[in-house]
Design a protein around this ligand. Structure first.
Ligand code: ZN
Length: 307
């Protein structure tokens, strides 16, 4: 059995093939351009690597991940130019002709970290990526959280002190939601330069403030046993220590767990992905693998015959 995986992100796609879950053989990364061009580039990679039997896709959203829906696999209301109402799984099915297992890019990354990374052995945890945009995935009680649509942690509303930060935010839907205030793109637009070029401590204290406000909401609602923060912005070394401290301060001792009150324990509570930049694509392969396993025992995997 050969598995394909695509982390179909809004900024870049990561494609990989594997014969064993958790062990990608070849990985390729390329920027997300127009839908047809991006799908064609992915299809070319899989053709060059030899046939795959099943494909797992972790897609940026919002995306319809409910398999019974007539618009399953469609990227819906994204503000990304050219991608609104794109039938992603239809295009991939036409190009590759294999069954597809689909979830969000961040749920796929959470799955990768759950099976092979920083969340092994846990049954409730939270994964967030802070990059060009912000997205989050969660496992609760041993299941990936989906619900009505799928979680959109990046668009949660957080307090915005305009005296401290007059920046309006950049989300086309909400302005100053979490992504609007704290994504890599918002950092670039607020400060005039991208994050890696910014060393002013005020930049990272403000970023840590927004991140901590969001994480406190998640901690209070999901009670995660661990929080994994991926994405390019999280690579800024100053950020995680500041965020851990602000989470502790904002919770103010109300939740009595060492992870939330003891600075040393917090270092193992709010962590970076153990799989690094490969979490999403390893998770996508895992989606394919687990769908295939489910299909072998019942009927958990369905393609979309006819495209
Ligand atoms: Zn928003």
């Amino acid at each position: 059995m050969r598995y394909g995986g695509i982390e179909a992100g809004g900024t870049k796609w990561v494609c990989a093939v594997a014969e064993q879950p958790g062990q990608p053989l070849e990985i390729v990364r390329f920027p997300t351009t127009a839908p047809a061009e991006t799908v064609a580039r992915a299809a070319r990679f899989f053709t060059e690597q030899g046939p795959i039997d099943v494909l797992g896709v972790g897609a940026f959203g919002p995306v319809d991940i409910h398999r019974d829906s007539p618009t399953w696999g469609t990227i819906t209301t994204t503000p990304k130019p050219g991608w609104g109402d794109t039938d992603l799984t239809g295009a991939l099915t036409s190009a590759l002709g294999v069954p597809i297992a689909l979830d969000t890019d961040v749920n796929a990354a959470a799955l990768g970290e759950w099976r092979w990374g920083a969340a092994t052995g846990l049954d409730t945890f939270f994964y967030i990526t802070v990059g060009t945009g912000i997205g989050g995935g969660a496992v609760t009680g041993g299941r990936i959280l989906h619900g009505l649509l799928h979680p959109e942690f990046g668009h949660m509303r957080i307090p915005h002190d305009r005296a401290r930060d007059p920046f309006d935010g950049i989300c086309p839907y909400h302005g100053d939601c979490l992504e609007g205030l704290a994504s890599g793109e918002s950092i670039r637009r607020r400060w005039g330069r991208p994050g890696p070029e910014l060393s002013d401590p005020a930049v990272w204290e403000l970023e840590a403030e927004y991140l901590a406000l969001a994480l406190v909401n998640v901690i209070c609602m999901l009670s995660p046993q661990r929080i994994i923060i991926g994405g390019g912005v999280a690579k800024q070394s100053a950020l995680l220590p500041l965020a851990r401290r602000r989470v502790r301060e904002l919770l103010a001792g109300y939740l009595r767990a060492p992870e939330l009150t003891d600075p040393d324990a917090a270092e193992g509570y709010i962590v970076v992905p153990r799989l690094g930049d490969r979490a999403g694509v390893i998770g996508a392969i895992q989606l394919a693998y687990e769908a295939q396993e489910a299909a072998a025992s019942s009927s958990g995997l369905s393609g979309r015959a006819g495209g």
